[in-house]
Write a protein of this length. Structure first.
Length: 163
């Protein structure tokens, strides 16, 4: 048996004012998208904004449904919208933010596993890393250079190839 260790690297900023103007704008659009989320059951509002290689920004937010789990997360709403409207354009970066009516979100929260896998599909589809910007309501901002940083053992299409 060999025990191995896996490490990730990310950049952390004390505030969004430290980000490049393009990233500040993307985060602002994610925050605006979270204001429009439909979250009557959890009162947890998530917004995502995607910057495509062509400069277009696509947003999404979580959409809940009383018939859980029929709802969809903000990240997948934005990713699938981008894929439907701009199927041949790579995603450059995604900003994700969240807030709650029931508690203060003072640190960045990571996407769920299903959203991580959906993001990985688009990295593989376009053979280009997606920069991930994570923020809570206030506080630190975390930036990762690829979905592989938070999903190191992602399920890949080449694993389905026949012999």
């Amino acid at each position: 048996m060999i025990k191995k260790e896996l490490k990730i690297t990310f950049t952390e900023y004390d505030s969004e004012q430290e980000l490049a103007p393009e990233e500040q704008d993307l985060l602002k659009k994610a925050r605006s998208a979270s204001d429009l989320a439909y979250a009557p059951y959890s009162n947890f509002f998530v917004g995502a904004a995607i910057l495509l290689e062509n400069g277009v920004i696509v947003t999404g937010n979580n959409q809940e449904n009383v018939a859980f789990p029929s709802g969809l997360c903000a990240e997948r709403v934005a990713i699938y919208t981008a894929g439907a409207q701009y199927p041949n354009v790579a995603i450059r970066s995604i900003a994700i933010t969240c807030k709650s009516k029931q508690f203060h979100v003072g640190e960045p929260l990571s996407p769920c596993g299903a959203c991580r896998q959906a993001m990985s599909e688009y990295e593989m589809r376009h053979n280009k890393n997606i920069r991930i910007i994570l923020a809570g309501e206030t506080g630190k901002i975390r930036i990762l250079d690829s979905i592989a940083d938070i999903l190191p053992f992602m399920f890949k299409a080449e694993q389905l190839k026949k012999k």
